[in-house]
Design a protein around this ligand. Structure first.
Ligand code: DC
Length: 219
């Protein structure tokens, strides 16, 4: 079974995807990581974020183990890291270079320890449209920019990273614009929509599980 969860930053996709992966014993691919990895390489090597050629070269050479290694860097999910990821994700050739790696995972899904899984859950922006258009179930999860910015702000606070709410809100709106300007990042026509602004994590999880189980019972 392949499940995709797309939607804007901090809509609750990651938490939902990780809980679903655990419950249904699926491998999990957080596809934002591929762009974060390339963005971080740019930062670590001191390259300008508008240098398409350098970003393309990093994207072409990215491997799963390399991405996992980079994800241990504290900058990987920082405000700076997010900005860098969003910049490289807007480059069509970077996206093209990272496509195969993301699609291969659905043919050969593996858990974090390398063991084989029977299916996968993806989260990202274009997983139900470009990466896995034939996924069994597709979700599109969103929330208002204010709610999403507050969630991100709290995450930064919990990690002890410097941030202020206004700046996070501004960046959330800027990233939405950047992330949604391109083809493939709109919801798939057959995606099931969830607005999580007024729902708790448990409420979203329970509703999504009910849909998955109904779908499983029907096959
Ligand atoms: O989900 P995230 O915040 O970790 O994503 C990091 C960046 O990567 C974000 O700016 C959007 C981009 N992204 C994308 O363009 N396509 C995806 N499938 C996943 C993420």
């Amino acid at each position: 079974m392949i499940i995709t969860i797309d939607g804007p930053a901090a809509a609750g996709k990651g938490t939902l995807a990780a809980s679903l992966a655990k419950k249904y014993n699926l491998a999990y691919f957080d596809t934002g990581m591929v762009y974060r990895a390339v963005g971080l390489e740019m930062l670590l090597n001191g390259y300008d974020l508008s240098d398409n050629k350098k970003a393309e070269a990093f994207a072409e050479n990215l491997t799963f183990p390399k991405m996992m290694e980079l994800s241990k860097n504290p900058e990987f999910r920082s405000l700076n890291g997010s900005r860098a990821a969003s910049a490289v994700a807007a480059m069509p050739k970077v996206r093209e270079a990272l496509l195969q790696m993301q699609q291969n995972f659905s043919h050969n899904p593996v858990f974090a320890d390398g063991s084989k899984a029977d299916g996968a859950i993806y989260d990202g922006r274009d997983t139900g449209t470009v990466i896995c258009p034939h996924a069994d179930i597709k979700f599109f999860v969103t929330a208002s920019p204010e709610v999403r910015a507050m969630r991100r702000f709290k995450e930064y606070q919990e990690k002890g990273q410097a941030a202020n709410y206004e700046e996070v809100l501004e960046q959330t709106i800027a990233r939405d614009k950047n992330d949604y300007a391109r083809a493939g990042s709109q919801p798939a026509a057959d995606a099931i929509h969830f607005d999580t602004s007024d729902l708790s994590i448990d409420e979203v999880f329970n509703q999504v599980c009910a849909i998955i189980e109904k779908k499983q019972a029907a096959v």
